[in-house]
Structures are given as structure tokens and as C-alpha cells.
Write a protein that binds this ligand. Sequence first.
Ligand code: NDP
Length: 452
Amino acid sequence: MAYDFDLVTIGAGSGGTRATRLAASYGARAAVVEEYRVGGTCVIRGCIPKKLLVYASRFSEDFEDAAAFGWHVPHHEFKWSTLIANKDREIARLEAAYTKNMASAGAELFEDRAVLRDPHTVHLLKADKTITAETILIATGGRAWIPDSVDGGDLAITSNEAFLLPDLPHSVMIVGGGYIAVEFAGIFCGLGSKTILVHHGDEILRGFDHEVRAQMRHELQKRGVDVLIKSSVVSIRRDGPRKRVRMADGTEHLVDEIMFAVGRRPNTSALGLEHCGVEMTERRAVKVDATSRSSQANIYAVGDVTDRVNLTPVAIREGAAFAESLYNNKPTIVDHTNIATAVFGTPEIGVVGLTEERACALYPKVDVYRTAFRPMKATMTGRDTQVFMKLVIDAETDRVLGCHIVGEAAAEMIQCVAVAVKMNATKADFDATMALHPSAAEELMLLKLRVK
Ligand code: NDP
């Protein structure tokens, strides 16, 4: 049977566009269906605009610190509307570039909502027409959510809306203790909003090394973020232009905005996947094998919709591996181990490999080296902040199992450390590497104090 396309991808985010573009460049008749904007979460309302807002938020500390270096900054004023307009312009540029690259590779774009009729047929809702494909790739990502248990939850926003607020809120409550919550706490606090971070657990950033979690909470608190742990929101009511938030312990807070950042859910609802024999996980992610193939042989899925490692570069690798395997005769499997990740809070967190807890669970003997020091810049400014670094070592082989950094430029550092960790570098290799002085990163080569 002749299909309209070799490949139809649903979702033009990081994973979907990479897969479709590569497939088209290898000669496949490829199309992508996108209901919102080309670029997906990362480009439109995630990593990229977030990082731009993070940059903006850090100027306040820079202005303060400048005085110790002889700069007199007499007057500074922040204009949210300028930041958002410039951010929007940059996002539009990137969206246009993504769209152009796909078209140049020969892939067709349908700006529509796709629903699967059967494993080979896609219904385009707006155009009310169907297209057929030999292979379908689901790359619909994840979506933010607000718990139903919160009375008045419709008055809250998620990160989607935070990027589009007309004004900077004077006060904001952020609910959650993960990547997005910590990053936005840094953004709002740095821009001057009174910021409250509400987390239901006993420490923020579950899954990170226990010392990193505590260090990051202290750093947020030092910068003025009010971190409420073991705390949760019960209801939200309007109070004039503001929102009155009632907490489980009976206390109330009056804030301009309340933002939920309580994880993202795989975007699989109303796609017609169930009728096509596509199995889901308990969290309603598309269940896939190592080749990203679902339980329906011609349907594949990549990126956050599969709920493996929900990071942009992972989605891109999965999309590329899919296209290489199917359209370039190069079977490729993505290695999901030792992926470096960063939380772009202020300061940043950069980690790769195992936490101390995880290493201890997996290896018979684990050595831990740790340091915490005042960064050089802060010796001049007197700013109360510390850089934290930790190496987790397999004591039997001397291999570095994990590296954890909290501090300025941690993301930049950890990306390079990840090469060493991926190559099975040992602590002796780190010791043998000449330090680069003066830098914060050199401390990783000079770690002498074994704390465990
Ligand atoms: P995370 O999974 O990082 O964090 C979710 C947070 O919400 C956790 O602290 C969790 O607490 C808490 N939580 C979960 N359910 C509830 C609830 N019902 N009520 C209150 N709190 C709750 O999700 P994010 O939304 O921060 O980010 C989504 C994903 O996007 C991340 O996991 C990451 O994969 C990706 N991302 C990556 C970034 C980066 O690379 N820099 C930046 C932003 C996002 P607990 O776990 O303790 O239960």
C-alpha cells in the first residue's frame, strides 16, 4: 500500500524536528504536525527563554558586586516589558530558523492538531483531512499541570504563563521543589519579586545529592527566597488584584502570582494512541524499547513523551538515533548513562553521574571528596555565598562515579567534567591533571580531603 509519507512526526519540538529533518535529509518523504509553535517546549517556553530570564535576573547581584571593584552604578531600573519583548523576538528568530531548516531538508509542516485514526492514519483536526504514513513518530513532549486537589487552582499559573506575564509580580509564590521551581525562584528573586518557594517534601531537589540539595536551599535563602518545606497549598482565592493562598497548616499568604512547577506529564491525552495498540506506562508515557519503538511496530516515540530522561539533548539524540536507524541504515541506540545536567538557579547546580547515596547502594566501598569555599569574586564583595564541589569515587577501581557542583558556572564546568566521567576517569586522573589557576574549577583537581 502506498502511504502519503514515509514518516509523519507528531510534535515539532527538539526530538521531533531533529528526527524529521534528518529523515528528510536521508531521502524519506517526511512531515511533521505541530499544533502550537515549531521549536517545542525547549525553544518556545522552556530552556531558551528560561536561560534568557536567568541572565536578566543575575544583573541585580552584578550591580551590587560592582561597587567592590570600584564601579559606581548610580541608578538602575528594570523593565520587564523590555526583557519579554526582546526574549519574544529571539524566540521568534529561533522558531523561524527551525521551520526553515526543516523545509530546506524537504520536510513538510502541518500546523494542526493530529489525532491517530489507526496506526497509519493521522487526522488533522483543523484542516479536517487525513494523511497516511508508513511510520509514525510521537514527539509530543510533556505538559505542566496544576493539582486538582487545590481549590481555586485555575487562579494559578505554570511556567508557560510565567514567560508571558504582562508585568513582573511584586510577590510570587512558587509551588514545587524541582528544576523549574528552583530556576524560577532565582529568576523572580533576582528581578526583585518577593519570592516564596513552597515544597511538600522535607528538602528541595529530590534525586540530587543530599548535600547539593541542602546547599542550594541555603543559597536560595541567603538571596532572600523564603523557602517553606513540608508545606502545601490548599486553596487560592482572589483578593482584589492579588491572590490569597491558604496553606495546609492554616497560614495564609497574599501574593500577586502563584506558579505551580510540580513536574511535567507526558503529553499523550486525546492522541488516539490507545486505539492503535500503543501501550502506556503508569504515568501515561509511551512505553518504548531501546530503539524508541512502541508496542505498535510502526509507531515510535522520542523525548519527554516517553518519560525516560526528560532533557532536551536526550530528546535530540533519541530523534537522531531513530532517523539514523530507520532512514540511514545505521542502527543506533542512545546511551542514557552519565548524562550531565544543570539546574540554572542562582547559583547553578551541575551534576554528572551518581549521587553519594546511589553510589553507596551500588558499590561495596565508596570514597567521597568534598570542598566548600568562598569564590574569589566574593572575597572582594563580601557576598555570603559558597561554591560546593564533591567527587564520588568507587574505592575499588578509583573511578569517578559522580561529580556535583553548586556555584557560578557549574553548568559550564560539568559539561567538560562529563567527558572525563564518560571515559571512566579515575581520581588519580583528576589529581594528575594540572590545575588552572585561578579558577573555581581547579579545586576539582586539588581535592585532598576524603570525607568518607
Ligand atoms: P521536577 O520533576 O524537577 O520537580 C517537580 C517537583 O514538584 C518536585 O520537587 C516534586 O517533589 C514536586 N511535586 C510533585 N508533585 C507535587 C504535588 N502534587 N504537589 C506539590 N509538589 C509536587 O519537575 P519540574 O516541573 O521542575 O520540571 C519538569 C522536568 O523538566 C524536569 O524533571 C526536567 O527533566 C526538565 N527540566 C530540565 C531543566 C534543565 O535541564 N535545566 C529545566 C527545567 C525542566 P518531590 O519530588 O519531592 O515529590
